[in-house]
Design a protein around this ligand. Structure first.
Ligand SMILES: [Zn+2]
Length: 113
């Protein structure tokens, strides 16, 4: 039977290798909405017709205590922002898993002391 400390340490190494580059991460979520220009006669914005311009992409970031910051994202940055959001989500998930492994390691070390 493989040593459980070694097994857990190896599992942790495996998780550590999957952590994305922290310099890229962004918080929040990306929303889209249609915009209105309010120019008279615009066929995209006329009342009852058209859906407006867009979509416009908005990065919505919760600042806590019900405050939300909304950052408009230019089309050319959308892909990069999406990747950064995914990197953050992946990193958070991996950190939780690593913390869980560390908890198991702690129990195992206590058992042996
Ligand atoms: Zn318009």
């Amino acid at each position: 039977m493989k040593d459980s400390l070694a097994r857990l340490t190896a599992a942790r190494q495996q998780l550590l290798r999957q952590i994305p580059d922290p310099s890229t991460v962004l918080p929040g979520s990306l929303l889209s909405r249609m915009g209105r220009c309010n120019k008279p006669g615009c066929r995209f914005c006329e009342k009852g017709q058209g859906k407006g311009h867009g979509p416009i992409w908005i990065l919505s970031v919760s600042l806590g205590s019900r405050q939300v910051r909304q950052v408009p994202i230019p089309r050319e940055l959308k892909k990069e922002v999406e990747e950064s959001l995914r990197a953050f989500a992946r990193m958070r998930k991996l950190l939780k898993q690593i913390a869980q492994v560390n908890l198991e390691l702690l129990k195992e070390r206590k058992r042996r002391s």
